[in-house]
Structures are given as structure tokens and as C-alpha cells.
Design a protein around this ligand. Structure first.
Ligand code: SAH
Length: 512
């Protein structure tokens, strides 16, 4: 199961990726407690849990509690905790880097929080985010690698489940990879001056044989790998361009290669077809260049995009050109590839799921059907110069199905051209706007009503229009959220099934 659908199961409809990436309440940081003072109140199980964690640091820990459990007594001997067996006093918080309220007595925790707030000391009260200025994440500890997981207090169970998953996925000795690598840093710094080149070195190095050697505790082998990699590092480290098909929007539809390319890229060149949620999967320090719109609202011209790709790659950057859907379908890929190659730069392509395929799955509408639809075309409804001239006669022939991309604006013209070329006006049409995204809309109509449907339902791009495909033809039920549309004028010709007959309103509404 994918991560986001798993989250969706946990969180319900709240978990649309849009919402997940909205404003954070808590800013995640790691706090240096080396040699600093920390106060913990409470002498029971809650306090013990926090003290075990604090015992991994070199903080000076004071415990204030009227009574303590034997386990805390034992821990204090091994870790030199300072025990104060008395009631909390407000001045206890003074000079502390952090105060933790873990008392079983809620009143004492409140007193601690008040004292800490008054003194401006960071405070966490166990299970009481409303009293806390900081919260403690769930962690996976592979020291020095620590994964911290927070849910802003909303759903600790999710944090726990995620932690279990990460625990099982991250090798127990993973920390050794990091600490062995840390020891190499001065050598790498000396050998590779340029920061971007250095990062590339680390990316390849930490995924290669060095990692396996370090995990296997073969430190001599790890050192040999390091020496070899550093020798090779001097040889050619020019930039590159990768065209990445990012799919139709849902980040779970990224391929593993696309994900890897997103994380490797130094520069991301994206446009408005790429769902912003997908950018969250890239490195945070990667430069983002939006070629989708300028402040004036106009898209960057294609040759300007080509120039940007070349310019960034020539700086030695790894450039990812992010494309909606598949990288090669109606994406001006040929021009970009040619321009990049002409500058002597390597270019590769990672395929993505094109809109029509993703939508077919999302609305359960097979784009080919045994004995009925033997040919599926993908056509563009628009070109740079306006409406596209297509072979209308071929498209109008019976048994055809096709997906129109970029067809919203020209919908009425497309309808006219097809009918003039002999297409049956009752041919089923399915329009899907924002396919696979939380705001996906599905409208079913007929060719005779295509233009009116686009206007009446205020369809906007991006949308795919399927002609010659419908759920009835496939003997499948249409999704409950699909809207049936029939204009009044074409009522008599309206072929949509059984229980839609006899309606007069423009819009026949939803079907269960
Ligand atoms: N390379 C893209 C297509 C780019 S052309 C791909 O393979 O999907 C842009 C057109 O793609 C849009 O006008 C629309 O017709 C279609 N499209 C892209 N993403 C879409 C989405 N999420 N929902 C519906 N249509 C989409």
C-alpha cells in the first residue's frame, strides 16, 4: 500500500495531499543539549520514558518529584541525574534549556508550564500540547542518524506506525554508514572544491559499495571504496538534464525513478501541469524555476525554457525538467532534448503516466474494449496557433475511441468538426478535469452536447475528453461522483441509460 493511501486510511478524507502540505504549526528542530541543564518533573513511568531518552544525551538533568520509582533511582545512579525529592518550585526552571512536565499530577504539570512560560524556558508537558511550547517527536534512532516524526499532536498513532515502518526499513547499523562517512568529510572537502560536485559525490558514494562495506562493518573495505571514489571524482563532473514524467498529479503515481531524479536534482524546472505537491518530494535546497507562468500570467516561451535548461546544466547542475503526465506526450520533449544535446549535455528521459491512462484507471473506464474499441488515439485539441486540424473523418469512423488533450477551449469546434465528418451525435463522451487530484471532476455526456457541457459545467484545463468511451459500452457502472449532462435541445437523442429518461433540466445530476 502506498504511503499516502495508508495515511488516507488512517486520517480519512482529511489527508488529501494538498492539506497535508499546508502551513505547519510546529517548526522541526534538533536541540543541542550537550552540557546544558534540563528539568524533568515527575517520578513515575512518564518521567522514566523521558529520562531514558535524555540519558542518551550529555545534558545535566535534574529530576524534581516528591517520590520516584525504583527504576528512576537506578537510572540516576548510572547517569548521574540530580534528584530533588520535593515539590516543584517556580525557580526550578531558571537557567534550564528545556523543562519537561511528566508528573502524574496534572496540577504540578500546569505549575511547571506556567513557571516555564514566565521564564521563557522551552517546555514540554507529556500528552498536553496546549501547555507545551515544544513537542517531542517519535524517533528512530540510528545515531548519528535520527529520524524524527511529528504529527503536530494530531494523531500520535500515525507517528508510531510510521516509526515501526521506518524501524524495519532502516538497517540497524545504519548509523555506522553516517559516522564512517563523517570521518571522510575533510578528505572529500579537500579533494572536491565545488559544493555541487561534492554533493553529487556523496549521493553516489553513499548509495554505492561503500554503504554495503560500512553496514557490514568492513572498515578497511569502506576505506578502499572511499579512496577509489575520490580518485574517480576528479574525472568529468559536468551537468546533465533529465526530463521527468511526473504523472497527472497524485504523487503516488510517480515512478521510483522519478522520485530518485527529484531527490537528486540541483535545479527543478517545472510548469503549471506539475502538481505543487510533487515538488515537496524534491530536495529542499534545490533551486526551483517555474516556467509555467510569469507574474504577468504568460507562460515562458519554449526557446526560453530550452535556454534555461542549457544554462543551468552548463553550470554543472543536475537539472530535472518536470513534466506533467508522460515526459514525451504533448510535452515539446523533442525540442528540449535537441537543444540540450546541441550544447553537448547529457539528457535522459524518465517516463510518467500520461493523463489519459491515469484517468482511465481513476474513473474505471477502460480505453479499449474487446470487440468494440480496437483503436485508441490520443490527439491534441489545440496547438500553439489555435485549434488543431485533425483527420476528422478518420476520428468520426465507428468503433473509434480517442482522448483529446488540451481540448477544453476548442470543445465546441471539435464537436462540430466531428459531426460534420459523419460522427454519430450520440457517441458517448466523458470529460475528466483535474484527473487523479483531490478536485477531480467527471462529466458524462454525448458528442452532441460536448460544447454545451464544457460551458454549462464550467470545465477548465487540465481536462481530458474521451470520445467513444462510456461506462455503458464497457458494461461497467459509472462512478457515483460522475455528473450526467444533457442539454435540453438534444433530449430526444440522449442515449444515456435507463433512469435518466424524461428529465428536462440541463443537468441530470449525480447517479448512485
Ligand atoms: N505530458 C502530458 C500532457 C501535456 S499536454 C501527459 O502525458 O499527460 C496538457 C494536457 O494534458 C492538458 O491540457 C490536459 O488535456 C492533459 N492533462 C494533463 N494532466 C491532466 C490531469 N491531471 N487531468 C486531466 N487532464 C490532464
Amino acid at each position: 500500500m502506498s504511503l499516502s493511501s495508508w495515511l488516507a486510511n488512517r486520517l480519512g478524507p482529511l489527508s488529501s495531499f494538498r492539506k497535508l502540505s499546508s502551513a505547519m504549526k510546529y517548526f522541526p528542530v534538533f536541540m543541542d543539549l550537550a552540557g546544558r541543564d534540563v528539568l524533568v518533573t515527575g517520578g513515575g513511568e512518564k518521567a522514566l520514558q523521558k529520562l531514558r531518552l535524555l540519558a542518551k544525551t550529555t545534558a545535566r538533568v535534574t529530576v524534581v518529584a516528591e517520590t520516584i520509582s525504583p527504576e528512576i533511582g537506578f537510572l540516576s545512579q548510572r547517569h548521574a541525574l540530580s534528584l530533588q525529592l520535593r515539590r516543584l518550585r517556580p525557580e526550578d526552571v531558571e537557567g534550564k534549556a528545556l523543562a519537561i512536565g511528566a508528573d502524574d499530577d496534572a496540577r504540578l504539570n500546569t505549575e511547571l508550564a506556567e513557571a516555564a512560560h514566565a521564564a521563557g524556558v522551552a517546555v514540554n508537558v507529556v500528552d498536553a500540547p496546549e501547555l507545551s511550547t515544544v513537542i517531542v517527536p517519535a524517533i528512530v534512532d540510528r545515531d548519528p542518524v535520527v529520524v524524527a516524526i511529528g504529527t503536530e499532536g494530531a494523531a500520535p498513532i500515525i507517528a508510531r506506525d510510521l516509526r515501526t515502518r521506518i524501524e524495519s526499513w532502516l538497517p540497524a547499523d545504519f548509523g555506522r554508514v553516517a559516522s564512517t562517512a563523517a570521518a571522510l568529510r575533510p578528505r572529500v572537502r579537500a579533494a572536491i572544491a565545488q559544493p555541487a560536485a561534492r554533493r553529487r559525490f556523496w549521493e553516489e558514494f553513499l548509495r554505492g559499495p561503500f554503504r554495503d562495506r560500512a553496514l557490514a562493518a568492513d572498515l578497511a573495505g569502506a576505506d578502499q571504496e572511499a579512496a577509489r571514489a575520490l580518485r574517480d571524482a576528479g574525472k568529468g563532473n559536468h551537468g546533465s538534464v533529465v526530463l521527468v514524467g511526473c504523472g497527472p498529479g497524485d504523487p503516488d503515481l510517480l515512478t521510483l525513478k522519478a522520485l530518485q531524479a527529484l531527490q537528486d536534482a540541483d535545479v527543478l524546472v517545472h510548469d503549471r501541469l506539475v502538481n505543487p505537491a510533487i515538488l515537496d518530494y524534491a530536495r529542499r535546497d534545490a533551486v526551483r524555476i517555474d516556467v509555467g507562468k510569469t507574474p504577468g500570467g504568460k507562460a515562458t516561451p519554449q526557446n526560453e525554457i530550452n535556454r534555461i535548461l542549457v544554462r543551468e546544466a552548463l553550470k554543472g547542475q543536475r537539472v530535472a525538467r518536470l513534466k506533467g503526465g508522460d515526459a514525451m506526450v504533448f510535452g515539446r520533449a523533442a525540442e528540449e532534448i535537441a537543444a540540450v544535446r546541441a550544447a553537448g549535455i547529457d539528457v535522459t528521459v524518465i517516463p510518467g503516466i500520461t493523463a489519459a491512462h491515469a484517468i482511465a484507471a481513476s474513473v474505471t473506464l477502460p480505453p479499449t474494449l474487446a470487440r468494440k474499441v480496437r483503436q485508441l488515439s490520443v490527439v491534441t485539441g489545440a496547438t500553439d496557433d489555435g485549434a488543431a486540424e485533425l483527420d476528422w473523418r478518420a476520428l468520426a469512423a465507428p468503433g473509434q475511441a480517442f482522448a483529446i488533450y488540451m481540448g477544453v477551449r476548442g470543445a465546441a469546434t471539435i464537436q462540430q468538426n466531428l459531426i460534420k465528418a459523419g460522427a454519430d451525435p450520440t457517441t458517448p463522451v466523458v470529460i475528466v478535469e483535474n484527473g487523479t487530484r483531490p478536485e477531480e471532476r467527471v462529466i458524462e455526456t454525448t458528442l452532441a452536447d460536448l460544447g454545451p457541457a464544457v460551458i454549462a459545467e464550467a470545465v477548465t484545463a487540465p481536462a481530458v475528453i474521451f470520445v467513444g468511451l462510456g461506462w455503458d459500452e464497457a458494461c461497467l457502472s459509472r462512478p457515483a461522483r460522475a455528473t450526467l449532462f444533457a442539454a435540453v435541445a438534444s433530449q430526444s437523442a440522449y442515449p444515456l441509460s435507463n433512469d435518466t429518461t424524461g428529465h428536462s433540466p440541463e443537468r441530470i445530476g449525480r447517479r448512485a
